[in-house]
Ligand binder design. Sequence first.
Ligand SMILES: Nc1ncnc2c1ncn2[C@@H]1O[C@H](COP(=O)(O)OP(=O)(O)OP(=O)(O)O)[C@@H](O)[C@H]1O
Ligand SMILES: Nc1nc2c(ncn2[C@@H]2O[C@H](COP(=O)(O)O)[C@@H](O)[C@H]2O)c(=O)[nH]1
Length: 206
Amino acid sequence: MIEEKKGAILILSGPSGCGKSTLLKEVYKDISDYYFSISTTTRAPRTGEQNGVDYFFVTKEEFEKDIKNDDFLEYAKVHDNYYGTSLKPINKALEEGKLVIFDIDVQGHEIVRNKLDSIVTSVFITTPSLKVLEERLNARNTDSSDIIEKRIKNAKGEVEFFQDYDYLIINDNLEIAAKELVCIANITRIKTKLYEKDKIISNWLN
Ligand SMILES: Nc1ncnc2c1ncn2[C@@H]1O[C@H](COP(=O)(O)OP(=O)(O)OP(=O)(O)O)[C@@H](O)[C@H]1O
Ligand SMILES: Nc1nc2c(ncn2[C@@H]2O[C@H](COP(=O)(O)O)[C@@H](O)[C@H]2O)c(=O)[nH]1
């Protein structure tokens, strides 16, 4: 178990195309003092994606070297590519008291929840239906039909994991879903007061 930190963790998971990145962009307008965990991946960048902003894009060899060096807090194979979270920046952000936001899959959620001793809140995001998910993936127009097919197939398995999460957001109306996520982010931050419970009790008694 890694030592307890002052910050808190907010994990977002959900099938590809449910709107995690879109929702986060909305939420960032209304929260502060957060740190988004930029993952490392062997997936090829989509048009418009920037190295070091959306992901750190690396080769399979580079990723495997990071695994050997024990650099990852967690990593997983998702839709045939490797994705991983580097531990160092997460520890730094937690020490600084930040709300650390992860966009990771259901395997990563399980690991982070059990490995870090910080306050963790998890949110599963989905669409109102599989049909809507398929429409969004097609409309996004960033992936080939083979890749979309694979992601739809995997979504059917991923959705069953929503019960392992603290909250479920059905991203139908973007504005409503973003408001729900802002509430959850705020509650997660408020929970960090619990780190100080000994200090609070002793101040209260004196
Ligand atoms: N509430 C919404 N209503 C309609 N369209 C939406 C909504 N939320 C997101 N979208 C659209 O759905 C598509 C997928 O969204 P986004 O890329 O944010 O999904 P994602 O969950 O981050 O996907 P991935 O895991 O593949 O990165 C985008 O084209 C986005 O504009
Ligand atoms: N376990 C991890 N999963 C991750 C990480 N970074 C992203 N992801 C998840 O992968 C899929 C696909 O993402 P995409 O950008 O290719 O559409 C999605 O579910 C992400 O949440 C990670 O570091 N670890």
